[in-house]
Write a protein that binds this ligand. Structure first.
Ligand SMILES: Nc1ncnc2c1ncn2[C@@H]1O[C@H](COP(=O)(O)OP(=O)(O)OP(=O)(O)O)[C@@H](O)[C@H]1O
Length: 260
């Protein structure tokens, strides 16, 4: 089973003290959710775990090997990343963009095979984008682009998927569809690590949570141990109401007592 592990990891946020060194691992069956307020370092952590930023200290291993000693292509054969921000690299169609997910498996002058094309089409289908395969990416709506980024990552057939705010721009149907899709992937063969602002999606779909505070402190563990009302209120500096419905915990922000 492919495992991504952080060992005494301190992410590098300029001007911030080290905080808590992180020791955790991501593997098939896991859906990690990283929760924290704006600026807490969620994106920085995700980029650091993906090997795109150097940590301040500590190491990240992929199956026991330091990721900074692996070639990007080698890493990309196991690990896919969905970024929060994206620019159109080149003016491609939806299908061509999904096929980018196959590039880690191609030699420099190879062209995609029929099975690569099939994988790309299957990924688009899963994200309800099949009817748009010939559209230019520049013409897509925000939610369609987000789903295309997820489809491209799935087309990479990763054993580890790191996604920064995967529910961004998605309507309610697609939020549920994407989270259920990720849950199925996790059950099959994929370790998943998500930065999330939506506490209720995290409570429903993640099985492990990491709470990241703006001063660098962090705590992590099984979802059931981390979803404490007082800990979440302190994390977001926001009073919350907890509602239990159908066996699910729902967290609703309370209005300020003295609105300014
Ligand atoms: N190059 C940099 N120089 C100085 N500060 C930086 C730099 N890059 C990031 N930061 C700061 O690091 C902190 C963490 O940023 P990061 O994007 O990881 O937070 P986040 O938790 O993902 O926030 P959000 O919820 O707003 O997306 C922020 O305060 C940000 O301003």
């Amino acid at each position: 089973m492919t495992t991504l592990s952080a060992h005494q990891l301190v992410i590098d946020i300029p001007g911030r003290s080290d905080g808590t060194a992180l020791n955790l691992s991501v593997q098939a069956g896991d859906i990690w959710g990283v929760l924290g307020p704006n600026g807490a370092g969620k994106t920085t952590l995700l980029h650091t775990l993906a090997g795109l930023r150097q940590p301040r200290s500590g190491e990240i291993h992929l199956d026991g090997r330091n990721i900074h000693q692996l070639r990007r292509k080698q890493l990309a054969q196991s690990l896919a990343v969905v970024f929060q921000e994206r620019q159109d690299g080149f003016p491609g169609t939806v299908l061509e963009t999904a096929m980018i997910g196959r590039h880690p498996f191609l030699a420099p002058w190879d062209v995609e095979t029929a099975s690569d094309l099939l994988l790309a089409r299957q990924s688009l289908d899963l994200l309800e984008l099949a009817h748009l395969e010939q559209r230019l990416v520049s013409t897509l709506s925000g939610g369609e682009r987000q789903r295309l980024a997820i489809a491209t990552a799935l087309c990479q057939t990763p054993s580890l998927l790191l996604a920064d705010e995967p529910s961004n721009h998605l309507d309610l149907h697609h939020q549920v569809q994407v989270m259920e899709l990720l849950q199925r992937r996790a059950r099959n063969d994929c370790g998943i690590f998500l930065c999330l602002h939506d506490l209720n999606l995290a409570a429903r779909y993640c099985n492990r949570l990491l709470l990241l505070y703006p001063d660098g402190r962090a705590c992590w563990g099984a979802k059931e141990d981390m979803l404490s009302l007082s800990a979440l209120e302190a994390l977001y500096r926001q009073p919350l109401t907890l509602i239990e419905h159908d066996g699910q915990q729902l967290f609703v922000p309370r209005a300020s007592e003295s609105p300014r």
